[in-house]
Design a protein around this ligand. Structure first.
Ligand code: SF4
Ligand code: SF4
Length: 655
């Protein structure tokens, strides 16, 4: 293995496919990142292009402290200061990220409504308990009504959450009471999801909000509309319709592709079509059709967050995370790459042209010029899935002789929803977070960390995720993970129970071994970061660890982030009271004042704050220091002395 710092990835399957790409002269995201240097002014958030008098670039002077005069002169044509420009750019990232998650949630609600109205028969209610719980939370009458009647009311309420003009989003009530009070006092409780995103876009338009503190209040409101609104709606309704995840054994990495089978990769974010593909890929008629074309069967695999969704509910294996999407096609074994929305690289088309792979768009919001379009028909999802699988099977005989699949894959267990954690820790008859809280209080578990987010071609693929997570585990920090970060951890073998003994400190290892869980819990896709909020709230509600999320010995991180969604997620974590550290780059470095607002002022306002540290070990240590600070504040900094009882002591106790 080359020096990790210079290597493009720590994942051997990725390196093997990069070598193949270079032998075959195929350009990938890794090559383009080398050739195309990032613009340093834009990377620091110091470039405004919000009107036609710009773009205006206002970078700080390099290598020296800025004088007050220089600072005063550092403004755009309209006079916008570096702080305003930086805050506007940051807020626009939040707006785009929140819009993306929430539009995902909206589509899920639309499908749910079609199901409840009986307009599509292909979907059903898989988790009745959760449906009834949502009904109770939302004040929907249950009585003798049918599940579909209840579902329709819930669908209408959720739909209205997007366009709500006043009041508070429903799921805000899921947060600890103290947290709700903080938000109310600061005036950042989201009214309607769309409204907050629109208002944020308005306020970042040229000549509108010119006070970064005021602007960020709306930035927070839009981010909360994502975390406790659009994303939470997506998670909850998906659970009702597709089933709440439970621990599921599967496999990950490019080695899950099969040379003798029709390989279909489903890539993107929304699970509705993927659900149907999972069902239809096992349909005996489709399997027989695949056999008629010389294949041994149909092999469905996932990529990015669609992968997480179908992994958790069907055990469908994952072919890889964000930076592996082109590499999957470079195996030469992918008969169809089926894409919906978000994180789909346009570079896929050129790569697929070098092979026989059919690149199939399925969503009218996300087309790729030159790719095939096979729309997902929400009224007839099964038919759409069948047509796509048939297209893949028809393409199987067109494979060329340049097939090479790396024989590298790893087992993982995924599917740790809040409900599962509750059940696993407490047991069926006494589901609770008590054992988790007790183990945090007694110091076996030092704290909790949410390590989430993307891959970024500007840093060694998967390296920061895995290094950070290992450092946390070594220090007895239990890790909750989602998105591409979860996939990195899984590929490194951190999502099997056996890894506890190998990578964890003695306290965490003992807890994981007793309960039989891996030390890194896979909670799902990016929208499922809402599960982390719910889990954190459950810990608060169980007692003994303060009365707000900001009191918990917990921290968040996205060491390899790249998407605007990550900024929205980071901001709702911070506003929910979590210390959150990002790696790779931070998009406000051009303005010290605004960065201080995020890194310092926010702690006073929300109890959580942003931080930036590209070195993953140092970043993990910052998280651990924060966890220790919280333990101290709770008075649990001295772990209780562990006493090993001998027989005489036991008898004494019993007597
Ligand atoms: S809004 Fe102001 S700073 Fe931005 S591009 Fe226009 S003139 Fe320049
Ligand atoms: S973690 Fe980032 S790269 Fe991965 S699927 Fe989510 S948004 Fe995309």
């Amino acid at each position: 293995m080359p020096d990790e710092k210079q290597a493009k990835s720590i994942d051997p399957a990725t390196l093997e496919m990069l070598a193949k790409a270079s032998e075959e002269n195929i350009s990938t995201v890794f090559d383009r990142a080398d050739k195309l240097k990032a613009c340093p002014i834009g990377a620091d958030g110091s470039c405004c292009k919000n009107c036609a008098m710009g773009p205006c670039r206002v970078p700080p002077p390099k290598g020296k402290e800025e004088t007050p005069k220089e600072k005063a002169a550092r403004v755009g044509v309209c006079g916008a200061t570096a702080e305003t420009i930086s805050a506007r750019n940051f807020c626009r990232m939040i707006a785009a990220g929140s819009a993306s998650h929430s539009d995902h949630g909206r589509r899920v609600v639309e499908a749910f409504k079609l199901m409840a109205e009986g307009k599509t028969k292909d979907f059903e209610i898989k988790d009745e308990q959760k449906l009834l719980k949502l009904a109770l939370d939302m004040g929907v009458p249950i009585g003798e009504r049918s599940n579909m009647e209840i579902a329709l009311d819930i669908a209408k309420i959720c739909e209205a959450e997007f366009g709500r003009q006043e009041g508070e989003l429903y799921f805000i009530k899921n947060a600890p009471l103290k947290r709700q009070e903080i938000w109310r006092k600061l005036g950042v409780v989201p009214r309607g999801i769309d409204r907050e995103v629109v208002e944020l876009m308005h306020r970042t338009h040229t000549g509108v909000d010119q006070d970064y503190r005021n602007l960020m209040l709306q930035g927070v409101r839009a981010a909360l509309a994502d975390g406790w609104g659009g994303s939470m709606i997506a998670t909850e309704i998906q659970d009702v319709m597709f089933g709440t995840p439970t621990p599921t054994l599967s496999e990950i990495n490019l080695g899950v592709l099969k040379e003798d089978m029709v390989n279909v990769i489903i890539h993107g974010h929304e699970p509705a079509l993927a659900e149907m593909l999972a069902v239809e890929s096992e349909n005996p008629e489709m399997v027989a059709y695949a056999r008629s074309k010389g294949a041994a069967g149909i092999n469905l695999a996932g990529m990015c967050c669609t992968a997480n969704e179908i992994l958790m509910r069907h055990g469908v294996p994952i072919a890889g995370n964000y930076l592996q999407q082109e590499l999957a096609i470079i195996t030469g074994a992918v008969d169809a790459m089926v894409v919906d929305v978000q994180c789909i690289m346009q570079g896929l088309l050129e790569v697929s042209r070098c092979f026989h792979t059919r690149l199939i768009n399925t969503d009218n919001r996300a087309k790729i010029t030159g790719a095939e379009y096979m729309p997902f028909d929400e009224l007839h999802p099964k038919d759409s899935a069948r047509a796509i699988i048939k297209a893949a099977i028809d393409n199987f005989p067109n494979r060329r002789d340049n097939v090479r699949i790396p024989h590298i894959k790893q087992s993982l267990i995924a599917g740790f929803s809040h409900e599962t954690i509750n059940y696993l820790l407490g047991g069926l008859f006494r589901a609770s977070y008590r054992p988790l809280n007790d183990n945090i209080i007694n110091g076996r578990i030092r704290g909790l960390a949410g390590v989430v987010g993307c891959n970024n071609a500007r840093t060694t693929h998967d390296s920061a995720h895995v290094t950070m997570i290992k450092e946390l585990l070594k220090n007895d920090v239990l890790v909750l993970s989602t998105g591409c970060a979860a996939m990195a951890a899984a590929k490194a073998g951190l999502m099997v129970p056996e890894s506890a003994a190998k990578f964890c400190g003695p306290g965490l290892a003992e807890v994981c071994e007793t309960v039989g869980i891996p030390p890194v819990l896979h909670l799902g896709s990016c929208v499922d970061n809402s599960r982390i909020l719910i889990a954190a709230t459950a810990v608060v509600k169980d007692g003994g660890l303060g009365d707000d999320i900001s009191d918990l010995p917990a921290a968040g991180a996205a060491p390899e982030w790249m998407s605007e969604k990550a900024i929205a997620i980071g901001q709702y974590f911070v506003a929910s009271g979590v210390y959150t550290v990002f790696g790779t780059t931070f998009p406000t470095m051009g303005s010290k004042e605004f960065t201080n607002h995020l890194f310092k002022d926010m702690e006073e306002m929300y109890g959580g704050k942003w931080d930036f540290q590209p070195d993953p070990v140092r970043a993990a240590q910052l998280m651990i220091a924060h966890i220790d600070k919280k333990r101290k504040a709770l008075g649990i900094d001295k772990a209780r002395e562990r006493v090993l009882y001998d027989m005489a002591m036991r008898r004494e106790l019993e007597g």
